[in-house]
Every structure is written in C-alpha cells, then in structure tokens.
Design a protein around this ligand. Structure first.
Ligand code: PAF
Length: 270
C-alpha cells in the first residue's frame, strides 16, 4: 500500500482516503464522491478494526460483504481498495496505541470504553499506509470526526480532514451498516432518532433555549418511540462540551438502542 501511495505521490498525484469498515452503503459512496472531487486517486480502506470494539460488542457479527463492496467501489470510480487482514495490521505483540484524552471521554466514549483509542490507532496506521493528502469521514459519527481532527492537529499529520453530510433514507433514518440488524419493527422505532432531531430544531425555532430541558424532552420522545436511550446531548460543535443555552450551531447528538442495535444520529441546529 505504501509503495503504491509513494508512486502516486512521486508523479504529483493527490491521494484521497475514505476509511471504512465495509458493508458499504450510499453514505460511504457519498464520501467517495466527495474524495473524488478533491484528489486524483481515491483509496477506500475496508477493515473491520477489532481494537475499536468492546468485548460484548458486535465485532464477530459485524456485516462483511467484501465482494459486493469491491463491486460498488469499482462502479463508484475508486482507484484502490485497501483490504488488510487483522494479522497484517496488528502484530501479535503490538503494544502502541493512540489515546485522545479530552473529546473522547463523553458521549459514545463513555458508553464504549476504549472505542476511540481503537479508532485513533487504526486511523493513524491507515494514514501512515495510504499516505493521503485528504481523508473524508461522515458527519454521522460526529464525535469520531472531531477526535480525528484533533488527532491530526495534535500529532501533525499532513492530512486534510473533510467531513461530509449525513445521508438519510427518504423517511429520515440515517444510513448505517448496522441498520441491517434491524427487524421491521425496530426499523420503524429507529425513525424516532431523526424525529427527535427534527423536534429539537422545531423547539429552537419556537424559542426554546434551555439545553437541559430540551435533552430531557428528547429522551421522553425517544423512550415513547420504544427506544432505549444511551445519551441525548446538546454540545458545542468543537469542544463537544454540554451547552446550557441553545443557539444556532449547537449540535444535538443522540445514541439509542432499537432492540439490541445501538444507533447514533446528530444535527447541527440551524
Ligand atoms: O467510521 C468507521 O467506519 C470506523 O470507525 C473507521 C474510521 C473506518 C475506523 O475503523
């Protein structure tokens, strides 16, 4: 991978990277399209990274659809798919990790201990292998994108980070590889997440400015929709700190379970 990347760089080509865990959907393809506008060669990485899953999480059953993913990449104009095996990425006695110590403590970091350590470590490794000029991530993983920006800033990676908008189904459900796990009933309930985010915007439009009261209300909305709430937070878009006074630009971030499936979604209030 490095050799190919160095060859591209030697001929003056810009490399774009789209890191994924596969099971590609239209959300990933929108990241590819974004990367294609910013780079001459686009590499999609496809690796279900074991270090970002907790012991009771879905690593072993995470959907793997490699052949289909490669076909989608080909049709989308991806120039190279990097498809390593865990044994290639992690030596049996690997002992170096990267830990972000501020942005990753709350929200998903609180309910998934070690998750962002795994993400930071694999993203740094992928950057060292793919040597991209630009990398594109999705806004659905809002906290992840903020942490990766911080990783790049604090460790001086020469990579531009671009965050592309969330892609939704026509009924509002944010696209996610984990949507595959949902039964018909769970999928109907999962619509509660995007509904809650729309009601947050409506509340701001109607003059609601109390962040804590809004979060309480959204919890009730999600619970009434049959979801088990993990968190609801009104946060500063950069620091991810909780915000007491709602205003434009504040991000409302949610995580909730539909059955066993943990889903996340967010909106920046407009
Ligand atoms: O967002 C994802 O799919 C993963 O967290 C990433 C960035 C590919 C790292 O494994």
């Amino acid at each position: 991978m490095q050799r190919w990347a160095l060859e591209q760089r030697a001929t003056g080509r810009r490399i774009g990277c789209v890191p994924t865990m596969g099971c590609l959907h239209e959300g990933h393809l929108s990241l590819v399209r974004c990367a294609l506008t910013r780079a001459d060669r686009v590499v999609l990485t496809l690796f279900v990274n074991p270090t970002q899953f907790g012991p009771s999480e879905d690593f072993s059953r995470y959907p793997r659809t490699v052949e289909r993913d490669i076909e989608l990449c080909r049709a989308a104009g991806v120039h190279a798919v990097f498809l390593p095996q865990a044994i290639d990425m992690y030596a049996a006695d690997h002992s170096v990790y990267i830990t972000e110590e501020r942005l990753g403590t709350g929200l998903c970091g609180a309910s998934r201990p070690g998750h962002f350590r795994g993400v930071c470590t694999i993203v740094a490794k992928l950057f060292n292998l793919v040597l991209p000029h630009v990398a594109v991530f999705g806004q659905k993983d809002y906290q992840q994108a903020a942490i990766i920006r911080r990783l790049v800033r604090d460790l001086n990676f020469p990579v531009e980070i671009v965050v592309a908008p969330i892609v939704r189904e026509p009924d509002g459900l944010a696209l996610s590889s984990r949507n595959r796990y949902l039964s018909a009933d769970e999928r109907r309930r999962a619509l509660g997440l995007s509904r809650a985010l729309r009601s947050a915007q409506e509340a701001l439009n109607a003059g609601q400015t109390d962040g804590a009261a809004l979060c309480m209300r959204l919890r009730e909305v999600l619970t009434a929709d049959g979801l088990r709430v993990d968190y609801v937070a009104a946060i500063d878009p950069d620091t991810l700190e909780p915000i007491a006074q709602l205003r434009k630009g504040v991000v409302i971030a949610l995580a909730a379970f539909a059955g066993q499936t943990r889903l996340i979604d967010n909106v920046a209030l407009g």
